[in-house]
Design a protein around this ligand. Sequence first.
Ligand code: PMP
Length: 410
Amino acid sequence: MNIPQDTILRIREKFPILDREVYGRRLVYLDNAATSQTPRQVVETVDNMYYHTKANVHRGVHTLSQEATDMQEHTRRRVKEYINARSIEEIVFTRGTTEAINLVASSYGQAFLHDGDEIILTVMEHHADIVPWQLLQNRVKIKINVVPITPDGQLDLDVYRSLFNNRTRLVAFTHVSNVLGTVNPAKEIIAIAHDHGAHALVDGAQGVPHLKVDVQDLDADFYVFSSHKMYGPTGVGVLYGRRELLEKMPPYQGGGEMISHVSFEGTTFAELPFKFEAGTPDFVDIAAFNSAIDFIEETGMDIIAGQEHILLDHTTRRLVDEIPGIRIFGTAPDKSAVISFLLENAHHYDTGMLLDKLGIAVRTGHHCAQPLMTALGIEGTVRASFAVYNTIEEADAFVDALKRVNQILS
Ligand code: PMP
């Protein structure tokens, strides 16, 4: 795909933060897998809401409350369409991916899992898709089975198939690895789960920002993601859940908004999706999330994914050709724009710190994937991750800076 430079420069203009300097140099922001930057139109929606429309949602007859409610519910409809859910009842707003998985582990765990049942996770899961299931083990004695990876960082599907037995109830896996970049064959993984009578949860935190996701086509039972990784505001996430399942699941938290009637004799709960949305939601950011989806749709997922792949290919080629001894973790053929690596003689932390001094923002550490680090036999990596507003010049600045860092540290 050929994307004119002008197209990317016009996109960049929407992100004022990209003009800032770090240590006297123009920032090169390559930490997009942790959080992406936010275009002006999203910030303006937040501003406008605080200046003109801030009122609590769902509880007021007055105009501001109705407008705020309309904005929040408009985003819900938009998300439903964006991921092709069947109905708005299937879209639950959470604080993020982490809260969405905790909700499912707790509530689905209570409704569907019993002592002796088994679930399947993968070794490349983010802690957000490991720890909630371990916490559930304090309440229900489930066994957790783990799918390993092949040397290039793909899930070993033969082992995956072999992990099922008649107690397997759920498979929970990441759509795209935040460390390796591997795009997992979600549709196939879900179909295998369903063939064995198990449900499937997809951690889409790194999926939705880079791929067009259709939850009906995937046939996912749960699909979860965070707005802040898709050019949107912080504090908002989505749990998509198949309606039949959500209906059978008990509330995760209790409080206002999620009830139908409360008395000390007993309480009845609100309909979906409100049953899962106790308390005042982050309605300002939910409203602004709509503007982030505007941005993605105006830009086009083909341009977003296209530019990210141009950057991934260009940078990977240069790193391999020009930095002797560099180890890149994750070389699957279907890979998103994440490059995790180690220099031959340098600690990941030192590499990241020196890159920062040269104006390059990358992430270092275990990336909340310690079991994966253990499987790879390392403590951490340096991770550069791209978004649509990154340019080839920035990729080159990164590689040139890394060559300098390599000389200093070796
Ligand atoms: N899963 C994956 C694959 C992630 O990359 C992240 C964010 N690093 C999360 C879950 C957690 O997302 P959040 O912190 O927005 O809840």
